[in-house]
Design a protein around this ligand. Structure first.
Ligand SMILES: [Fe+2]
Length: 237
């Protein structure tokens, strides 16, 4: 399936939403994941300039047929970002009525942030497999940054949202955050993936835009604590 995989990483303020200071400042990554043969793709975390994202897919002759939402924060799916109105899934669905794939527990948070309805969403549990064309995508529930944060595993690539960056991890001091949950998501779930898995984060918070899990484990301080107690001593509060 690897030769059929369509995978694009797009940086806000650089690859789309030019001239938008919020998009440029937040350095969010949007991903297009699809099947080159069926010419269909899913968009991960559409925000800031949704028509441009549809156009970028169309330039590659790909049609966006759904949304994958890593979590409910407005820089990922739109909504009010500290007084700035950010475009996201609501505006995308007006242009293209597709389903938003989310973890079940994240649904009320997404509805409140964006105003989309429950029928706009396909709700999932951890481990669910969805397909775009013939490309399988595994959904991994990784609570901690938010209750229903999820990562996407596709052909050895992990789209990690704000659960894991190449340096550091998502905050746990925002509403719904839980430091203990994040420890278990990173150490019991993500750390157990094959070392050669390539991590694609939700923000460009490091020089490189992606790295293998092996490199990330050796460089990222979040892999230093080896027990929940050590983790909480370092990261809580
Ligand atoms: Fe976030």
């Amino acid at each position: 399936m690897k030769d059929r995989l369509y995978f694009r990483q797009l940086l806000s303020g650089r690859d789309f939403a030019h001239g938008d200071p919020v998009a440029a400042g937040m350095v969010n990554f949007v991903y297009l994941i699809g099947d080159r043969q069926t010419k269909t793709c899913l968009v991960v975390d559409p925000a800031y300039a949704v028509q441009e994202l549809l156009d970028l897919a169309a330039q590659d002759e790909m049609e966006i047929e759904g949304v994958l939402a890593t979590h409910f924060h407005p820089d990922h799916i739109g909504g009010d970002l500290m007084g700035h109105s950010v475009q996201g899934v609501q505006e995308l669905l007006e242009l293209r009525p597709v389903q938003v794939h989310a973890q079940r527990i994240e649904a009320p948070w997404i509805q409140e942030m964006t105003g989309i309805s429950k029928t706009d969403m396909s709700l999932h549990d951890s481990g669910d497999l969805i397909h775009v064309g013939e490309i399988p995508i595994r959904l991994i529930h990784t609570p901690g940054h938010t209750p229903g944060s999820q990562c996407f595993l596709v052909e050895g690539n992990l789209v990690a949202g704000d659960t894991l960056f190449l340096q550091g991890c998502g905050r746990t001091d925002l509403p719904g955050g839980n430091s203990k949950d994040l420890y278990h998501s990173i150490h019991d779930k993500l750390a157990k993936l094959p070392d050669e898995t390539v991590i694609f984060p939700g923000h460009l918070y490091s020089e490189a835009p992606s790295a293998t899990l092996q490199e990330t484990k050796s460089l990222n301080y979040v892999f230093k604590p080896k027990t929940e107690e050590e983790w909480l001593r370092l990261f809580s509060g």
